[in-house]
Design a protein around this ligand. Structure first.
Ligand SMILES: [Zn+2]
Length: 166
């Protein structure tokens, strides 16, 4: 289980996606079944596509390819509240074998420090090209943006080669 706390007026990362918690207040919010509750809420903003949504305890958001459930919202004067979220990981992510990954791009897993490699996926994150890496020791996927990746793609996308440097 992954847990994150995003403080009000700051930016956190959920499954590699930048999410800002912008304004807490008592308000109505929606549960996954479409019903509405009233209580402590936080406005969360998806920075990549500038969408925002008001969440409260029990709300779910889809961030970075994972489903995150709000486990609590704390309100405090002066914008010093926070929102707590947890996720059981990315949807449809199962443990992969190193033979299915390309270690042209390789990182330590954010979660277990295991070895993770490129699964062939790419996406745009915060205006930059990101590559998707999966861990070989736990079902975790993360998106990585760094200068090395930008350079690797400059002359055309590298061919995804499962098992490379495995
Ligand atoms: Zn891992």
């Amino acid at each position: 289980m992954h847990r994150e706390r995003i403080a009000e007026t700051s930016v956190g990362e959920l499954s590699g996606e930048a999410i800002a918690a912008t304004a807490g207040r008592v308000d109505d919010y929606e549960l996954p079944d479409g019903s509405t509750l009233s209580g402590a809420t936080m406005l969360v903003c998806f920075l990549a596509d500038r969408k925002d949504t008001r969440v409260g305890k029990g709300s779910q958001i889809d961030a970075g390819g994972g489903i995150w459930t709000v486990t609590g919202v704390h309100l405090a004067d002066g914008g010093e509240g926070w929102v707590d979220l947890e996720s059981s990981g990315l949807r449809d992510i199962t443990l992969v074998s190193p033979a299915d990954l390309d270690f042209l791009f390789e990182e330590e897993c954010d979660d277990c420090y295991g070895r993770s490699g490129w699964d062939g996926s790419t996406d745009m994150r915060l205006g930059s090209l990101a590559v998707g890496l999966q861990c070989t020791e736990c079902p975790t996927k993360m998106w990585v943006i760094d200068g090395r990746i930008q350079r690797a793609f400059e002359g055309g996308a590298p061919e995804f080669t499962p098992g490379r440097r495995a």
